[in-house]
Design a protein around this ligand. Structure first.
Ligand code: TXA
Ligand code: MG
Length: 302
């Protein structure tokens, strides 16, 4: 086993306290974490991810009391937080001065959430300071949902706390609470349906953020989204192309397995991947959103 695959949270605490980044598990995807009070470590995260420095990072906290030390909460934000946290939803809120601008890419707002993965939540609680953590993939690529994915993406240069495979599998819902009405900026496991008890009308979020770029989450092989897997497979194979397919599953399974499957299919060296359209429930829509971005630019070629 790689020495960089760590199973002891204490060791990770030491790494983070030393000011070095370490990948950590969450229920959604693995994050590449640094203590928000260490600008050098935060800068390293951007460098390791090859991410533009004006793209804000989410900060991860272990309790609502801790969250309130870093962001201004409205009553609505508190209510939604109490209901869904710990869990796969990130709020955009006005930031307090306790959050360095390096973390937010210069913005006066901050993305904040309490992850539900026990190891990471306990880690943050013991560290006592939030961890800034984007998804641990390289910019624009498929997010990692296992410790091995992280080691592969970073060529065994970054330590990772092994928390097993992620149970949700797609990144958190991003709810912008700085606009009125609130707006969903990124689809995730918690959808409009789930939030309707708290938010009657949803607004539209204008500013594009990194996970909302048209091309994102991309495998290296061309990817085609399909309503009829068999017909598309036959059509492409008739053109002499080597094809690999990803068949529809129930939405929780599709979300959980999506990135691992895309990585495995990508490694086959075929000419084109075909993914079947997910079901039209809220998690299915989050999967579809990732597939659309992952396939952006691919479809024209076939
Ligand atoms: O599930 C997740 O959210 C994972 C795990 C590790 O928590 N994290 C994640 O982080 O997906 P990242 O950086 O890959 O995606 C966060 C998105 C980015 O598109 C970023 O631009 C946006 O959130 N974001 C963060 N802070 C923001 C802010 N203050 N205003 C607007 N967008 C923000
Ligand atoms: Mg990401």
């Amino acid at each position: 086993m790689s020495v960089l695959k760590i199973t002891s949270p204490e060791k990770v605490l030491e790494i983070i306290a030393r000011g070095e980044p370490c990948a950590v598990p969450t229920e959604t995807v693995y994050g590449l974490a640094a203590s928000i009070d260490n600008p050098f470590a935060v800068r390293q995260i951007f460098a390791l991810k090859e991410r533009p420095v004006n793209h804000p990072l989410i900060i991860h906290v272990s309790s609502i009391a801790m969250a309130q030390r870093y962001a201004y909460f409205t009553d609505l934000a508190l209510k939604i937080g109490h209901h869904f946290w710990p869990g796969p939803i990130t709020f955009i809120l006005p930031k307090k001065d306790t959050v360095p601008h390096e973390v937010t890419g210069g913005l006066d707002t901050v993305g904040i959430r309490i992850p539900s993965h026990e190891l990471t939540r306990q880690l943050i609680e013991q560290h006592g300071i939030p961890l800034a953590a984007p998804s641990a993939n390289k910019f624009g690529k498929t997010s990692p949902t296992s410790a091995d994915h992280v080691l592969t993406d970073h060529h065994h240069q970054v330590p990772v706390l092994d928390g097993g495979p992620c149970t949700v599998g797609v990144e958190s819902t991003i709810l912008d609470l700085t606009v009125d009405p609130p707006a969903i900026r990124r689809l995730g496991a918690i959808g409009e349906n789930d939030l309707q008890a708290f938010i009657a009308v949803f607004g539209h979020s204008q500013t594009p953020t990194s996970g909302t770029h048209k091309a994102h989450y991309a495998p290296s092989t061309s990817l085609l989204l399909s309503d009829n897997l068999q017909a598309d497979q036959i059509r492409l194979e008739a053109k002499g192309l080597k094809v690999a397919t990803l068949a529809q599953m129930d939405s929780p399974t599709y979300a959980r397995e999506l990135y691992a499957k895309l990585r495995n299919l990508d490694a086959l060296g075929v000419d084109v991947l075909i993914a079947e359209r997910p079901q039209n429930d809220s998690l299915g829509q989050a999967v579809l959103d990732r597939l659309n971005r992952a396939s952006y630019g691919s479809t024209m070629k076939h």
